[in-house]
Write a protein that binds this ligand. Structure first.
Ligand SMILES: Cc1ncc(C[n+]2csc(CCOP(=O)(O)OP(=O)(O)O)c2C)c(N)n1
Ligand code: SF4
Ligand SMILES: [Mg+2]
Length: 290
């Protein structure tokens, strides 16, 4: 549970550390992501009492336990619906959603389209290591074809999805990609995502050094490049094209940013929740159908 404690102005990133130490493997990319989140929160001076971090299940989904905030470590794949519930119940809260490629795009894949198209004002950070880390290395929807694991010894034959392309086509209003090894740049992307009014998606390349050694720091380092400076932030189709052209390149930076009315702005006309509906007369309904 979040607590109010004394801090400097602006707070130091370490102010946002909880009293629990991360338990990730030495070298896991998720450490860099956590530090970037701390930096972004410090720059915005988010009040921990006003911050909720939700997640599903996975190594990356352990994150809420390490942040000084209210946290909800929920069922596998259900980080987004929980977050929407929190935001709708109390629009004044800052809501962060964190998790992995499996949690977000396998079991939770059905939720992302609807959160994007509703433009709920919150920030979703996916740590993509192209593997299920927590369950010891099965392929995920972002694993490249041919990925060999103990559970797919002949190499997976399924095509990989492109999270950034999906979120762009689903209607997310802020879409960016960072790399856990570039914490300064990643913190800037997260800060901008939190400040953005609407649904923000940040795809993070975050190596699993234990169960996906082939897609580690060397691989991401040699397959990533900054987004070209002449890219326009409202160019949706240009942004989608950049997710596959040139092939095998992960562009880093902001792909897309536009303003569209948020879910809350449209539903809560005066910025406040409507009064609860009158209680339903269930007895009358039962009598009608019995
Ligand atoms: C309903 C349900 N199905 C399956 C699992 C097993 N399970 C736990 S984590 C996980 C995948 C995690 O992968 P990812 O989201 O990529 O996180 P990572 O560990 O790689 O950070 C799976 C399949 C579960 N906990 N609950
Ligand atoms: S198993 Fe992989 S994803 Fe999980 S903590 Fe270790 S390095 Fe990180
Ligand atoms: Mg994963």
């Amino acid at each position: 549970m979040a607590t109010t404690t004394e801090h400097t102005h602006p707070p130091k990133p370490s102010f946002y550390k909880s009293d629990r130490k991360p338990v990730w493997c030495a070298g896991c990319g998720d450490y860099g992501v956590l530090n970037s989140i701390f930096s972004a929160l410090a720059r915005i001076e988010v009040d921990p009492n006003n911050l909720v971090v939700t997640s599903g299940i996975g190594c990356s989904s352990r994150m809420p336990g390490f942040i000084k905030a209210y946290g909800f470590h929920g069922a596998h794949g259900r980080a987004l619906p929980v977050a929407v519930g929190v935001k709708v119940a109390n629009p004044e809260l800052e809501v962060l959603v964190v998790g992995g490629d499996g949690d977000g795009f396998s079991i939770g894949g059905g939720h992302v389209a609807h959160v994007c198209r509703r433009n709920v004002d919150m920030t979703y950070i996916v740590m993509d290591n192209q593997i299920y880390g927590l369950t010891k290395g099965q392929t995920s929807p972002t694993s490249e074809p041919g990925t060999v694991t103990k559970a797919s010894p002949y190499g997976t034959v399924e095509a990989a999805i492109q999270p950034v392309a999906l979120m762009l086509s689903y209607g997310a209003t802020y879409v960016a990609r960072g790399y856990s090894s570039q914490p300064k740049e990643l913190a800037e992307l997260i800060e901008r995502g939190i400040r953005h009014k609407g649904f923000s998606f940040i795809h993070v390349l975050s190596p699993c050094v234990t169960f996906n050694k082939a897609v580690g720091y060397d691989y991401f380092g040699s397959h990533s490049a900054p987004i070209p400076k002449n890219h326009k932030l409202d160019d949706l189709y240009g942004a989608i094209r950049m997710t596959g052209d040139p092939p095998d390149t992960f562009y880093l930076g902001v792909f897309y940013e536009v303003q569209r009315p948020t879910y809350g702005e449209q539903v809560y006309k005066d910025g406040r929740r409507p009064d609860p509906a009158p209680p339903i007369d269930t007895e009358r309904i039962i009598q009608r159908y019995s």
